[in-house]
Design a protein around this ligand. Structure first.
Ligand SMILES: C[S@@+](CC[C@H](N)C(=O)[O-])C[C@H]1O[C@@H](n2cnc3c(N)ncnc32)[C@H](O)[C@@H]1O
Ligand SMILES: O=[N+]([O-])c1ccc2c(c1)CN[C@@H](CO)C2
Length: 274
């Protein structure tokens, strides 16, 4: 539950910003070249996919259930996890994003982005031929068990019976908490709220924006962001009950700054629930 009127107002204002979020535009802004260019070693999305692949295959992560917090309209963030966990749950605050995910998962066509290059790239990270991407697509469709509503500002972000009582074995969350929180205290509280969804000893794989104060969630849809630095990420993780295992940082080159936000860097944190 919220603690005071100020928090309620700040969170409500963020929710209002998201009413105009445009999944297709968001995908166009962030998940096409140059930010998603698989021919460039310095492109952001291949860097994110490599961080996730390494974190999930270096031997210390295991279990049954992976939950993605604030999935949005994107699937890249679970393309490695679908080979490691038997069950995946995707989540988002907006029905328009849950619908976008459903369209791909139910293979209905009419998706806003072609995920094939992503599937091909992750196949290559796994030492497979990129032509194995249809098998990976089928695997992803097979392991995603649900697409649920979520609000990270609630002390119970998911419906009471959404997860097994033991909690998830692993959480992934990308560009969510800092993009939905009105300020730093709310960001840290949200980290604590999702910590309760994870079993003790379970892993959190957190990707986020550094130095970002806004982004466009659609044409003219300017959404405020809590500007983070590495030290704040580390202290918030510690304060909300995680032990940091590794923090990696990507700094955007000029040509990755395409006018859709003022992000200066991207962090990848691998952490464990205490
Ligand atoms: C910047 S997008 C990130 C999308 C995706 N995870 C990615 O990596 O690009 C932020 C997402 O947070 C969702 N969101 C907004 N308010 C939220 C809340 N209170 N709790 C959880 N998610 C929220 C939005 O609907 C949006 O999909
Ligand atoms: O470069 N990227 O891959 C990428 C992907 C998503 C997002 C960003 C950058 C920066 N802005 C956030 C919203 O706060 C969303």
């Amino acid at each position: 539950m919220m603690e005071d009127k100020g928090e309620k107002n700040g969170v409500a204002a963020m929710a209002a910003c998201y009413q105009k979020f445009d999944p297709a535009a968001y995908l166009q802004y962030n998940y096409t070249p140059p930010r998603a260019d698989f021919t460039r070693k310095d492109s952001i999305v291949p860097w994110k996919l490599a961080c996730l692949h390494r974190a999930l295959t270096e031997g210390d992560v295991s279990g049954e259930l992976l939950v993605d917090i604030g999935s949005g309209p994107t699937l890249y963030q679970v393309m490695s996890g679908c080979e490691v966990f038997k069950k995946l749950i995707l989540t988002d605050f907006l029905e328009v994003n849950r619908q976008e995910l459903r369209r791909w998962l139910q293979d209905e066509g009419k998706c806003s982005l072609d995920w094939t290059p992503y599937l091909e790239h992750v196949c290559k990270l796994e030492g497979r031929r990129s032509s194995a991407w249809p098998e990976k697509a089928a695997k992803l469709r097979q392991v995603v068990a649900d697409i649920l509503p979520i609000d990270v500002h609630c002390s119970q972000p998911l419906a009471p019976d959404a997860l097994p009582s033991a909690g998830a074995d692993c959480l992934v969350s990308c560009f969510c908490l800092e993009s939905v929180s009105p300020d730093m205290p709310a960001f840290t509280r949200a980290l604590g709220n999702i910590q309760k969804l994870l079993r003790p000893g379970g892993h959190l794989l957190l990707i986020g924006a550094l130095g970002e104060s806004y982004y466009f969630g659609g044409p003219g849809v300017r959404i405020p962001v809590v500007p983070l630095d590495e030290a704040q990420v580390c202290s918030s993780l510690k304060e909300s009950g995680y032990t940091l295992i590794r923090l990696e940082v990507y700094t955007l080159s000029q040509d990755m700054r395409v006018g859709v936000d003022d992000v200066t860097g991207v962090f990848f944190a691998k952490a464990k629930r205490d």
